[in-house]
Design a protein around this ligand. Sequence first.
Ligand SMILES: Nc1nc2c(ncn2[C@@H]2O[C@H](COP(=O)(O)OP(=O)(O)O)[C@@H](O)[C@H]2O)c(=O)[nH]1
Ligand SMILES: [Mg+2]
Length: 246
Amino acid sequence: MENEPRPHTKLGADTSNRLVDVNVLLLIPTLNEEEAIQQLVQEARESGFVNILIVDGFSEDRTRDVALSMGVQVVLQEYGKGKGCGVRTGMRLFLEGESDFLAIIDGDATNVPSDLVKMLSIAKSGRADVVLGSRIRGKREKAAMPALSVASNLIVSFLLGAKFRRLFTDIQTGYWVFTREAVRQIYPEIQSTGFEIELEMFMRIMKEKLRVLEAPVGFRTRKGKTKFSFKLRMRSLNYSFKYLFS
Ligand SMILES: Nc1nc2c(ncn2[C@@H]2O[C@H](COP(=O)(O)OP(=O)(O)O)[C@@H](O)[C@H]2O)c(=O)[nH]1
Ligand SMILES: [Mg+2]
């Protein structure tokens, strides 16, 4: 890693002496998050993030307008429909830019940007190539995640982790931090379009033998409506089985 700050965009001041600096790109995938996005961007800035990229899945509400009015970089996703397309578009743009670390969080204000800072400190220390934010290990608001979701996340994480003789508690998380090299290694193989991208990223990371650590993160009650419909849940479950028996 070079010491010189290498801006991804011209937005934001040079705060390269801090943990979160211009060498970190914060990616937020959004679909109809007008109720949450302003608070989330504000919080991200308060935590030091200056390079913020919103990859939007063709929201029909004011998500893009709100983000643009706050001076955030906003692009429309490529590859098709679904969160996976948003994340993949963000990864592609990250690799086109020059940032050293990619941080990802959900755009519904459930995820706490300051918790990414702890995750970044682990990646920056060189102890991990990828850091996953575990909502199971961290503090959750009572109503934020129903018991059934906690249980199903734990089971899927436990079983997929066991394939690689590791203990994970929350693979289907929205919080991710990657080194540039980790993104460079996994991005070309990833094909997911929907929510199953989290499972695919995990599998790819483990297969590439990247060093992964989990860090506890907070989880709050969502603003606005979930996009994870029953149909999409079944789709993700199907992928869990696919990866489990692959
Ligand atoms: N770019 C993009 N983001 C999406 C899409 N679908 C969902 N998201 C975002 O992905 C994140 C997680 O979705 P969410 O509805 O909160 O799912 P849940 O957390 O499982 O209930 C949120 O920030 C959504 O706005 C999509 O099709 N494209
Ligand atoms: Mg959510």
